[in-house]
Design a protein around this ligand. Structure first.
Ligand code: NAD
Ligand code: DAU
Length: 346
């Protein structure tokens, strides 16, 4: 079988490719990625030379190229990870989120329709449900929770979900959707909370916590996400969305403190900065549907996963140092320079 993995040079897509090559070595994997700032070909260096793997630098909004690749490869399955994914960047510049996340998804689905592809899986997010209040720990996102987005990022992902469901109903396209909570693990781009805090702590730089750090996220080890998508591809019902999350809610401040402890760095590095606009308070997934229908349960405990992740960043310093030394510094100065009350530089 040939599987297209879009966005495979990013964090979750690359982990999915490694997972797929281990679990389904007989399959041909074709990775389509336009290598934006978040895509890194060096992440894929071990699979690049393997038989049954092809990397193509391609933009999913580029209909002509996408068509050509479908014509050449005739994939049976497409898993769409390609997206603009950082909420803060979407607040700064929404337009590219609309292009990639909405139009790009439509182009891929049109190609699936045209070439009769057996499955289109859309990798979505729990952010489409908006947020939950901190004082109602009894509330969780189910697949029935209304879509209620907060940021341009989550709105673009919600639009793509709705489009995917409409392609199922209108054209009978064999679509499934997964909505996962926050992932952590190797190869996550250092603009996201956990790798950013690890990198800053290792450089003895301030650890910029938005607001009071009371916001809650529901953390899942990236490989558990990959396994869940595999199960959905095997046995998921068409036209359905599946929530993925492991009941592992943690306050941002507690995550940052834990990283300080693991790296033996002082908590005095923690610096409270201006809050994210429209900042979602709490995410919490109810994974009952995927558990009951497909038998999925997370396997990695947070204490083990975060320890392994910190170890990975310690032993792969060249991977993220290279990113920090490039254009990322301009982003960091722009994004964090204005967050301090006194206008100073972090
Ligand atoms: P990422 O930002 O690390 O990687 C995104 C990848 O997509 C990059 O390799 C980038 O080059 C590629 N890409 C971007 N625009 C493209 C385009 N127009 N054409 C082709 N490739 C393009 O993202 P991630 O964290 O790995 O997230 C992957 C998917 O999972 C996204 O759809 C995201 O919405 C979803 N998701 C992420 C999380 C999380 O915690 N990171 C949780 C739930 C869902
Ligand atoms: O829930 C799934 C989503 O998780 C995915 O759909 C997104 O693609 C992914 O980026 C992630 O979104 P978040 O906004 O939750 O992740 P981020 O790592 O940006 O932030 C996590 C929390 O930490 C959030 O409450 C904001 C806070 N934060 C983040 C950064 C980068 C800080 O306090 N300081 C920071 O410097």
């Amino acid at each position: 079988m040939t599987i297209f993995v879009t966005g495979g040079a990013g964090f979750i897509g690359s982990n999915f490719i490694f997972y797929w090559k281990r679990q389904h070595p007989e399959d041909r994997v074709v990775c389509l990625d336009s290598l934006t700032y978040a895509g890194n070909l060096s992440t894929l260096k071990d699979v690049l030379k393997q038989p049954g793997f092809r990397f193509v630098k391609a933009d999913i909004t580029d209909r002509k190229t996408v068509w050509q690749l479908f014509e050449e490869e005739k994939p049976e399955v497409v898993v769409n990870f390609a997206a603009e994914t950082h909420v803060d960047r979407s607040i700064e510049q929404p337009e590219v989120f609309l292009d990639t996340n909405i139009k790009g998804t439509a182009v891929l689905m049109d190609a699936c329709r045209f070439f009769g592809t057996g499955r289109f899986h859309q990798v979505s997010t729990d952010e489409v449900y908006g947020d939950l209040p901190l004082d109602r720990p009894d509330l969780f996102f189910t697949e029935e929770t209304p879509i209620h987005t907060s940021s341009p990022y989550s709105s673009s992902k919600a639009a793509a979900d709705l489009l995917a469901l409409s392609y199922f109903r209108t054209y009978g396209l064999p679509v499934t959707i997964s909505r996962c909570s926050n992932n952590y693990g190797p190869y996550q781009f250092p603009e996201k909370l956990i790798p950013l805090m690890i990198a800053n702590a290792l450089h003895d730089k301030p650890l910029p916590v938005y607001g009071t750090g009371a916001n809650v996220r529901d953390w899942l080890y990236v490989e558990d996400h990959c396994k869940a998508i595999d199960l959905i591809l095997q046995n998921g019902r068409l036209g359905e969305a599946y929530n993925i999350g492991g009941h592992n809610e943690m306050k941002n401040l507690d995550i940052v403190r834990l990283i300080c402890r693991e790296l033996k760095k002082p908590e005095s590095l923690i610096t409270y900065v201006a809050d994210r606009k429209g900042h979602d308070m709490r995410y919490a997934i109810d994974p009952a549907k995927i558990h009951q229908e497909l038998g999925w349960l997370p396997e990695t405990k947070f204490a083990d996963g975060i320890h392994q992740t910190i170890e990975w960043y310690l032993t792969h310093q060249e991977w993220w140092e290279e990113i920090l030394s490039g254009d990322y510094q301009n982003y960091y100065n722009r994004m964090y320079g204005s967050r301090l009350a006194n206008g100073g530089q972090l």
